[in-house]
Design a protein around this ligand. Sequence first.
Ligand SMILES: Cc1cc2nc3c(=O)[nH]c(=O)nc-3n(C[C@H](O)[C@H](O)[C@H](O)COP(=O)(O)O)c2cc1C
Length: 322
Amino acid sequence: MNDNHQHGDFSIQFAPLQGYTEAAYRNAHSACFEGVDAYYTPFIRVEKEGFRSKDLREIDPTRNRAPRLIPQLIASTPEKAEAILSLFIEKGYKEVDINLGCPFPLIAKRHNGSGLLPYPEEVESLLRLVSRYTDISFSVKMRLGWDSPEECLRLAPLLNEVPLRQITLHPRLGKQQYKGTTDLEAFDAFRHVCHHPLVYNGDLRTLEDIQNIRTRFPGLAGVMIGRGLLANPALALEYRQGAALPCSKKMEKIRQIHDLVFQSYEQQLEGGEMQLLSKIKAFWEYLLPDADKKLLKAIHKSNRISRYQQAVDALFYGNEQK
Ligand SMILES: Cc1cc2nc3c(=O)[nH]c(=O)nc-3n(C[C@H](O)[C@H](O)[C@H](O)COP(=O)(O)O)c2cc1C
């Protein structure tokens, strides 16, 4: 949880993805691959009934082994944010990320995530927390707006006033969800008015994508990568090394991640074979999109653990033969 900048002034961060970058995955990834400077938890929220027990488990420091893990909160009011913040502080975290980007309609329509961006006064009252908790280093992860990129420009003076470690900007609108293209012009416009270290997030899948974004936006503090790292868990390491890993080495390491994630689900889940299968299949949803479709399909179709293991062996074995 220390503020390490081991890779100089350009950091690569693993984006939070609810349902994918869980503790089991983060632990396995950080054990097998170097190159990621910080991992983020998917957002934690507080409901009428309190915290979800799964969320409490997921941020428990004894279950997390990534060297730098930053928990993320999502809230529509300072009161809710404070409840979550107290939990993070109790668990010993010193860095916290505030979600102003989530586009899911059910969440956004209650003024959470990117649904808060059209309301500067509400954003301001939420961000007042940042100046009150001086022992915590805050960052913000946001989109351009809910409805228009004007929203982030209007918020810039307000964001500039509070002490933030960084802003991560995903240049889409909330109403776009994940459709359409990213708006790099709008990212650039925000970059010119933002006084905080700025991190780019969105659709980075290859070494060239990272290089291009860095060249296009000089002075970026780093990039945050989600689906690109799920597809190619070696991406951050490859960027650091300036070259792709040999295929056999990469497959060997991905197999290791898989086995670690599988083992932790096996220990953690008590719901039997079907629950284990449905959890571990999520591991394959974004992974290796260029792998043989038939082999991937066999993994997704398997309805017994033994079948699943055979399908996984076939995929790794098949690739190693290439
Ligand atoms: C399934 C899914 C779950 C996500 N969960 C979160 C989340 O909990 N918190 C968050 O800030 N962003 C979340 N995101 C957004 C990602 O962190 C990231 O901003 C987005 O995927 C764009 O980056 P990418 O193209 O590198 O994946 C999620 C995205 C997806 C697809």
